[in-house]
Write a protein that binds this ligand. Structure first.
Ligand code: COA
Length: 259
């Protein structure tokens, strides 16, 4: 397990803490694996009644590591091979049996937002900012978010988030139904922890059955596969090359040059 994901169990709650603050908690392959392993472990261990995902540092996560995207875009065989295996976090979220609570502070970018659509309770800091800049990078939504986000907040809002990278603050995320509550940042961890403990105290079979009744893993997996095919093609495209080069050069991308 990578030390960029910290794992701790107490009171029936498995806490997974994203811990790569120097890179804004950008998620590498090893970190996806660590988060996915934690979620799978909870499904198999009856003493774990709830999973809590939170983050150290000043933001929740800057999303996928852009260096990993760039390696695939440039044709790096190792990066390509790793991607072919699928994303272990997304697979674990799709099959998760144990309830998941998230505590989101600062910025949540890309998969940092789309993973929330698989969580059962979400608490955000009032001043949190949620963005999904997939199209900014010439990519497409993932984690079945092209299905789940419009279902949650409506097509127009979801399209604006995906295509125009509209930033959604904590209070708006709550009003739109992405989060349960927006709280002052200083109170966020305690609020999420209390919610996780409350879930853990309930009748475990009834809790898991309720979660299962509310989800459609087959539809989620099918959408993830469809998204994954288009995402993989775009990731290797000239459009994404321009977007990643622009990010590295700290300039705006110019898509007028690509066909
Ligand atoms: N992948 C890899 N490294 C990342 C990263 C990412 N997604 N996001 C930030 N970092 C790194 C930066 O390269 C920088 O590293 P350095 O100190 O070695 O130069 C460090 O984290 C700090 O980032 P910086 O951009 O200076 O922080 P900021 O506070 O000004 O801005 C963000 C924070 C999240 C707004 C900004 O980093 C950002 O937009 N990141 C990219 C988000 C993204 O597009 N993710 C993919 C979504 S699909």
């Amino acid at each position: 397990m990578t030390d960029h994901i910290l794992s701790e169990v107490s009171g029936g709650v498995l806490t997974l803490t994203i811990n790569r603050p120097d890179k804004k908690n950008a998620l590498t392959r090893a970190m996806y694996q660590g988060l996915g392993d934690g979620i799978d472990r909870a499904s198999e261990d009856p003493s774990i009644r709830c999973v809590l995902i939170q983050a150290n540092g000043d933001i929740f996560t800057a999303g996928n590591d852009l260096g990993d995207f760039a390696a695939v875009n440039s044709g790096d065989p190792q990066a390509n091979q790793a991607r072919e295996g699928g994303n272990p976090l997304l697979a674990a979220l799709a099959r998760a049996k144990t309830p998941i609570v998230a505590a989101v502070h600062g910025r949540a970018v890309g998969v940092g937002v789309t993973m929330l659509l698989h969580c059962d309770l979400v608490y955000v800091a009032e001043d949190a900012l949620l963005t999904t800049p997939f199209v900014n990078l010439a990519l497409v939504p993932e984690a079945a978010s092209s299905l789940l986000l419009p279902a949650r907040i409506g097509h127009a809002r979801a399209f604006s988030m995906f295509v125009l990278n509209e930033a959604v603050d904590g209070k708006t995320a709550t009003a739109w139904g992405i989060a349960n509550a927006a709280v002052p940042a200083a109170e966020l961890r305690a609020k999420a922890r209390a919610a996780a403990e409350a879930v853990a105290s309930r009748a475990p079979t009834a809790v898991q059955a309720t979660k299962a009744l509310m989800r459609d893993p087959a539809a989620i997996t099918a959408q993830m596969e469809q998204e994954g095919r288009i995402f993989a093609a775009q990731l290797r495209s000239p459009e994404t090359k321009e977007a990643l080069t622009a990010f590295a050069e700290k300039r705006a991308p110019d898509f007028s040059k690509v066909a």
